[in-house]
Design a protein around this ligand. Structure first.
Ligand code: NDP
Length: 246
């Protein structure tokens, strides 16, 4: 790959930082967009990225003004965004009967509304330049539903519809739009699960192991390859066989 510019939202998180590292290894200049993390965590992130072409850009994906400012700052420092990985995500689990409006809104805002906001900000430029790669990090739970996750499952399933529709709109412009649906991946998000639940999940994975962030990052690099130009509108499950469909 040539020196394309990639923005990875949620870039300091578990999957995000491994994605930043692997995209940089593949030759891209990478910007990790994330909440304005505290100085200690930012320093830790910089140390983890030492030797890789990875910058940090504070941004709140739920705030369109913050996203617009972040894109403008990236363009000024590095150049236009060629690759967008929408990786920022949160969970706020509760059964629907107990779920508050705030829990619903927060999850839809971070996981789905942000995809609209960020794609809007970069897609015109990608179309004008005749090149772009957009990868939306969805979830197996957006394919199957999950107990206690009507908000998260709706947001992640919504990403698939968005991905397929935008893929059709920009295919002739050299822009591909795909999603990845991770299964259970070892990050802070899943570390919070009780041990008993983790064991139950593990028992359901044919591959016999929980996924690693590197498994997802490799799939992102694959979809972002310049040669992957005939691969669009696809959802790529990376789940160790947890959910198999065609
Ligand atoms: P992490 O919690 O490690 O990373 C998520 C990142 O998103 C964090 O850095 C977080 O910042 C950031 N973030 C949250 N809210 C905002 C916001 N408003 N603006 C900018 N950044 C924000 O989770 P994972 O790495 O596990 O998840 C990455 C993606 O993969 C998510 O979309 C998740 O839904 C998806 N996924 C993960 C699975 C798993 O098993 N881990 C399975 C399926 C999908 P901060 O830490 O400061 O809150």
């Amino acid at each position: 790959m040539t020196s394309r510019i990639a923005l990875v939202t949620g870039g300091t998180g578990g999957i995000g930082r491994e994605t930043c590292r692997q995209l940089a290894q593949a030759g891209l200049r990478v910007v990790a967009g994330d909440l304005p993390v505290d100085a200690a965590r930012r320093e830790e992130f910089r140390a983890a990225m030492a030797g890789f072409d990875v910058d940090f850009q504070p941004m709140d994906v739920t705030d369109p003004a913050s996203c617009a400012a972040a894109i403008a700052a990236i363009e000024a420092s590095h150049g236009p965004v060629d690759v967008l990985v929408n990786g920022a995500g949160i969970t706020r689990d509760a059964t629907l009967r107990k779920m508050s409006r705030e829990q619903w809104d927060a999850v839809l805002s971070v996981n789905l509304d942000s995809v609209f906001t960020l794609c809007k900000l970069v897609v015109d430029g990608m179309c004008e330049r005749g090149y772009g790669r957009i990868v939306n990090i969805s979830s197996v739970n957006g394919q199957t539903g999950q107990f206690g996750q009507t908000n998260y499952a709706a947001a992640k399933a919504g990403m698939h519809g968005f991905t397929m529709a935008l893929a059709r709109e920009v295919a002739r412009k050299g822009v591909t739009v795909n999603s990845i649906s991770p299964g259970y991946i070892r990050t802070a998000m899943t570390e919070a699960m009780p041990d008993e639940v983790k064991q139950q999940v593990l028992a359901m994975v044919p591959a016999g192991r929980i996924g690693e962030a590197a498994d997802i990052a490799r799939a992102v690099v694959f979809l972002c390859d310049e040669r992957a130009d005939y691969l669009t509108g696809v959802n790529l499950p990376v789940n160790g066989g947890l959910f198999i469909s065609f």
